[in-house]
Ligand binder design. Structure first.
Ligand code: GUN
Length: 295
């Protein structure tokens, strides 16, 4: 079997087309232009490229997007002051502080300082709590993107055995929570595997859907996959450099071998990555509508 490709590029494009209609309507009917601020501390190359992509996508959609780049030595106090300034600015609907932050800055202190109504990453404890309770909130972008990929590709999640590999706050924990809820893209039976899991392969072999978010290149091999399973690969691992200087990327899944066993699979690059950025845009438009009492 050769698996069907779940293209994040195509699904993200479809969602951006829907968002373009919403942004145009906001501008023409309500004179509102959604505003996003992205804050990058330091010069980590991967973070630089993610933040640049977020700004480029926002601008292409007609969202007012401003990137603030701070020196790697910026103090926590100065970063908190900038967050406060953005909280108070009515032209800013969404604030994103790119993670990871330099070691001397306490990430939790920064995330809790962002106004929950502008927390388009969905990382503020209030939004995390609401998400777990199934209440209306900003959903974190990568898990939200995964749900969209599964539902728009017609993958049945209700009653499905889902194995999530990785227990990060950004992907593993929220996607496990969302997929067990009574909602579209939910109603699944979840197993959350991590570094202390005994016999990861045995768990994976039972799975109808595997979501790999572990950061280990090609960790999920073909012998770990049940024939016909759906595979979502969240990993973006730099495994080398091409002669043109571009990074060579590999996911957490051994794509070439697993595609012969699975029914559908996301590629790396071109899978979950474009979805994450697009869901950030969706949250920013949602934030602008909420600020104007339109939803
Ligand atoms: N670093 C890796 N993924 C993310 C994300 O979704 N949001 C932020 N702010 N930082 C990240």
């Amino acid at each position: 079997m050769t698996a069907k490709l779940i293209s994040g590029i195509e699904i993200a494009k479809e969602i951006r087309e829907e968002l373009t209609v919403e942004v145009t309507e906001l501008r023409e009917k309500h004179n509102i232009v959604p505003g996003l601020v992205t804050i990058l501390v330091g010069a980590d190359p991967a973070s630089q490229s993610y933040v640049a992509a977020k700004n480029k996508t926002a601008k292409a959609l007609g969202i007012n997007s401003e990137q603030m780049t701070l020196d790697v030595d910026t103090t926590e106090e100065d970063l908190l002051k900038l967050v406060e300034k953005c909280n108070a600015d009515p032209a800013v609907n969404g604030i994103l502080v790119q993670l990871p932050l330099p070691k001397h800055i306490n990430e939790a202190n920064v995330l809790i300082a962002i106004d929950p109504a502008k927390d388009v990453d969905g990382f503020h404890p209030i939004n995390v709590g609401k998400m777990v309770l199934g209440e209306q909130c900003f959903l974190p972008c990568t898990p939200h993107g995964i749900l969209e990929m599964l539902t728009r590709s017609g993958v049945e999640t209700s009653g499905a055995e889902v194995v999530v590999i990785g227990r990060s706050n950004i992907v593993g924990k929220p996607i496990a929570n969302l997929m067990l809820q009574k909602r579209d893209g939910g109603n699944a039976t979840i197993t959350l595997c991590h570094t202390r899991t005994k016999d990861m392969a045995a768990h994976c072999r039972r799975a109808d859907i595997i979501i790999a978010a572990v950061g280990v290149p090609k960790m999920v091999t073909a012998d770990m996959v049940k024939p016909g399973a759906a595979i979502i690969d969240v990993g973006v691992n730099r495994i080398g450099q091409a002669s043109n200087g571009k990074a060579i990327l590999a996911g957490d899944v051994d794509f070439d071998a697993v595609k012969e066993v699975a029914s559908c699979i996301t590629p790396v690059p071109g899978g979950v990555g474009p979805m994450t950025i697009t869901m950030l845009m969706k949250n920013t438009v949602q934030a602008a509508k909420m600020a104007a009492n339109l939803i």
